[in-house]
Ligand binder design. Sequence first.
Ligand code: G3P
Length: 230
Amino acid sequence: MGGWGKELELWIDSGDIEEIKKAVELGAITGVTTNPTLIAKVGYTKDFREVVREICRIVDGPVSVEAVSLHADGIVEEARELVKLGDNVVIKIPVIPEGLKAMKRLSQEGIRVNATLVFSTNQALLAARAGAAYVSPFIGRLDDIGHNGMQVVRDAAQIFRSYNMPTRVIAASIRHPLHVIEAAKAGAHVATIPYRVIEQMVKHPLTDIGLERFLADWQKVVKQEAVKCP
Ligand code: G3P
C-alpha cells in the first residue's frame, strides 16, 4: 500500500435525519451517503434541500447527495446548486457516459464527486480518471446477482494505490457486519453502512452478559461499602 489514504472511515448510508444523528453521536461515523431512494423512504414533508442542509449540520465530514439529471449540462447545473446546501456536500453521479463528462467538468471546478452505481472495476477506473474523488462499488447488489462485489472494491483499491491515484473507494450497498470487515480487509477507504448494520456491529451478547455480571457484582461491593460508612 502507498503512504497515503491508509485510514478507514465509517459513514452512514441513510437519508433519515434521526438515524444519522444517532449514528454520529456514537463518535465513530464521520460521513453520510444518501440517495433518492433513501430520502424518499423517510417520507419527509419538507423539501429535500432542507433535509440535506440539516444533514450537513449534523456531520462535519462528507455528505453525498445525488444528482438526478441524465445529461452532463443538467448534472453540472444541479451539482452547482447542491453544493450551496453545505460546505461538505459531495455530488453523487452515476457512471454513465454523460455522468463521466459531468465528473470531469465538476472536478475541474473543485466540486467533489462520488461516482455511484459502480458495478465493475472498469467503471471505477473511468470515474477516477474523470476526476471523481470517490467511487462507490455496490457490493450487496452484486452479491445479490451471484457476483463477488468485494472483488471490485479490492481491485479498485489496489489499482488506485499502486498508481498513487487520489480517488478513494467507498464500499457501498453493505448488507451485514461481515461486509464491513471484508471491505476493510479489501482496502476500502470508506465503508458506508446502513443504521441497522451499525447497530448489529455494536451489539454482542457476551458484552451484555458481561455487563450484567459486572453490575450485579458491583451492587454487592456498593452494599458492603454502605454498611461500612453509615
Ligand atoms: O450507498 C449505496 C446504497 O444506498 C445502496 O444500497 O441496499 O439499496 O443496495 P442498497
